[in-house]
Design a protein around this ligand. Structure first.
Ligand SMILES: *Cc1c(COP(=O)(O)O)cnc(C)c1O
Length: 390
């Protein structure tokens, strides 16, 4: 390395990350998504995917992608507002509106972009946006990009939010439905009441609730028996429980039209491939009709929590497929992850800045594609951990 080159500062920054156990590495997967994978030539049992229903490599979904490609080719060719909006995209939007019980739904290319699009379209300079402090990065980034004043309220604390709202006029309150790194649920009924009182929009990002919670997998809003009047803005992703890719926002006619006219991350980007919409339609149909996937998933979660309690492990209060194992330091989370890897089990260490300083963890996730034997293997490996590294 030549001193004084533009890369020099980068090398120093990277070395600091490495020294503080915060350096991130990608592992190369050599098998389709699923619990039993192959990573860099070695078989692994994974507990870190968001493929909660086991649909990412489902043959019916893959076949729908293939028939979609035969019908539509690959590229959409343009943004939705130019000529990229196909009948396949349109059918998927109608299916998502029906699934969520809302007047309309709008597809976005990713969940990150959906959150940027919604918040920047609805809030701007001079507005106040309130967010749970543990919200997904995309919701927090969106508020910063909107130039509204962002206030982060204490995690899942509706009374805290009430205090902070005070007499301030709030434009929008946004929360994860199921918190992505903790697995707990937002107190949606109380947040809905606060939002109504403040005359603010309530937006729920249900990336980890859809497909998993509620009737037929209708998500955290349905789980609480709430609807459009309580939660006017519902954002969902398609790359997690539905096993494909992309995202959507569901809400009123006026909301969706406003987003079509003004959400920049909707307008200025190429539409996803139409065949992907065909695949997602197939995935949603399976997710909705196959309740056994949710029942099996819940049985796995119960078995894991019971086994972990017997091992004396401290789990957080989560009853969703996201079961974090608190480690504290990044070094410890990394040591645990490496120890599991030596036992052929893949669970990534989640470290700052993804989670707050001092709260590094193993984020264990379950899928309907796991078996009870898989869970027992994980518990077995964890019992080795608690004896040595923990
Ligand atoms: C994954 C995730 C997103 C981003 O969705 P992508 O489609 O992956 O961009 C947004 N919000 C939450 C809570 C997520 O977990």
């Amino acid at each position: 390395m030549t001193p004084g080159t533009p890369d020099q500062g980068l090398h120093e920054h990277l070395a600091r990350l490495e020294a503080s156990q915060l350096y991130r590495r990608r592992r190369i997967q050599e098998a389709p998504q699923g619990p039993h994978g192959v990573v860099e030539g070695r078989p692994v049992l994974s507990f870190c995917s968001n493929d909660y229903l086991g649909l990412a490599a489902h043959p019916e979904v893959a076949a729908a992608l293939q028939s979609g490609a035969a019908r539509w080719g690959v590229g959409s060719g343009a943004a939705h507002l130019v000529n990229g909006h196909s009948a396949a995209h349109h059918r998927l939007e109608e299916a998502l509106a029906a699934f969520t019980g809302r007047p309309r739904a709008l597809l976005f290319s990713t969940g990150y972009m959906a959150n940027l699009g919604v918040i920047t379209a609805l809030a701007g300079r001079g507005d106040a946006v309130f967010e749970d402090r543990l919200n997904h990065a995309s919701l927090l980034d969106a508020a910063l990009l909107s130039r509204a004043k962002l206030t982060r309220y204490p995690h899942a604390d509706s009374a805290g939010l009430e205090r902070m709202l005070g007499r301030a006029s709030a434009r929008l309150i946004a929360t994860d439905g199921v918190f992505s790194m903790d697995g707990d649920l937002a107190p949606l009924p109380a947040l809905a009441a606060s939002a109504r009182k403040a005359g603010a929009w309530l937006m729920v990002d249900d990336a980890h609730g859809l497909g998993v919670l509620g009737r037929g997998g209708r998500g955290s809003v349905d789980h609480f028996g709430l609807g459009l009047d309580d939660v006017p803005i519902l954002m969902g992703t398609l790359g997690k429980a539905f096993g494909t890719f992309g995202a959507f926002v569901a809400g009123s006619e006026a909301l969706i039209e406003t987003l079509i006219q003004g959400a920049r991350s909707y307008i200025y980007t190429t539409a996803t491939p139409p065949a992907l919409a065909t695949a997602t339609l197939a995935a949603i149909a399976i997710a909705e009709r196959e309740d056994w996937r949710r029942e099996h998933l819940n049985a796995l979660i119960a078995r894991f929590r019971e086994g972990a309690a017997q091992l004396g492990l401290t789990l957080s209060d989560s009853h969703t497929p996201i079961q974090p194992l608190p480690a504290g330091s990044a070094a410890r989370a990394l040591a645990w992850s490496h120890a599991l890897e030596r036992a052929g089990i893949l669970v990534t260490a989640i470290r700052p800045p993804t989670v707050p300083e001092g709260t590094a963890r193993l984020r264990i996730t379950f899928s309907a594609a796991h078996s009870q034997t898989d869970v027992d293997r994980l518990l077995d490996a964890l019992s080795g951990l608690s004896a040595s590294d923990a």
